[in-house]
Ligand binder design. Sequence first.
Ligand code: DQA
Length: 146
Amino acid sequence: MKVLFLNGPNLNLLGQREPEVYGRATLADIEAKVRERASELKVEIGFRQSNQEGELVGWIQEAKGKFDVIVINAAAYTHTSIALRDAIAAVGVPTIEIHLSNVHAREEFRHKSLIAPVCCGQICGFGQKSYILALEASVDVKDRVK
Ligand code: DQA
């Protein structure tokens, strides 16, 4: 089984970016934790980050036939990107939306996710553990047909 983790804009700055909101772990630290748990679960992992919407769209399209599940922290694009939503809907690879912070407890513009309706579910508010929870959930959603 293969799971593709996609990370959107500014997540390359984790560790130094608003640590009171996002914690002190860097994206590399989170990737290492994900890889550790993935090897216990015997899951293969892809782990990527981009600040560009089009690059994320390309990776979602390429995932079809290569990955069983996508886990996406689309960061700010969660709240703005019809292109990401359409890509997720188009490829039909089961997708889990994640966030480090509890977006529903923050500014109102973060309460709306354009990708949520085309995802299997959303995990938010658990810091870096959101990534691990999504990996564990991936095992269950793998065979889901959207
Ligand atoms: C985030 C929440 C988003 O609202 C924000 O734009 C981010 C990070 C999170 O992981 O908590 O960049 O996706």
